[in-house]
Design a protein. Sequence first.
Length: 171
Amino acid sequence: MSAVSEQYAVALFALAREKKQIDEVEDAFSSFLDALGEEERTFFLHPRMKKADKKDIVKASSLPELFRDFLFVTIDNSRFDELENIFKRYRQLKANMHKILHVKVYSKKPLDDQRIKTLKQEYENRYNRQVTLENHVDKDIVGGLRFEFDGKVVDDTINHVLNQLKSRLTK
C-alpha cells in the first residue's frame, strides 16, 4: 500500500469519524467501487478526459456529500487509481477503531470448529482485540498453517520451512 493511499484513507476516515458517518462512507465507497465497470474505470483514469466531466458524473450520482467531495479531491489530484487501496486501508482503520482483527488462516484442508475456536481465542488473548477468523483452503500447502492479518504474514507451513532450507543449502 502506498503512502498516498494511506494519507487519503486516514484523512477520509478522520472526517467520517468527526461527522459520525464512518459506516455511511464505507457503504458508499463499497457500492461505488462495485458499480465501477471497466468502461467507467477507463473514463475516470483517462488523462485526456476533463476533470470537470469526471466530476459531473460523480455529481449526478446519489452519494453522501462527504464521499462525493472525497471523490472530487481524488479527481483533482489524479489519485483515482488509488481508490481500491484507499478503501482497503479505510476498512482497516475502522476495524482498528473497533478493536477487530481480521485473520485469514490458510490450511491444506478445512479446520474444524474446535481448532478455529482455539486459534481465535489465542489471537484475541495475544492482541487484546476481537478476532474474526476466516479459513481458506490451499491445496498447495503440505502441512501447517499460514496467517495473514494487519498486513503481516506468519507462515508456519511445511512449504515455508522447506523453501528456507532449500535457500540455505543452495547458498
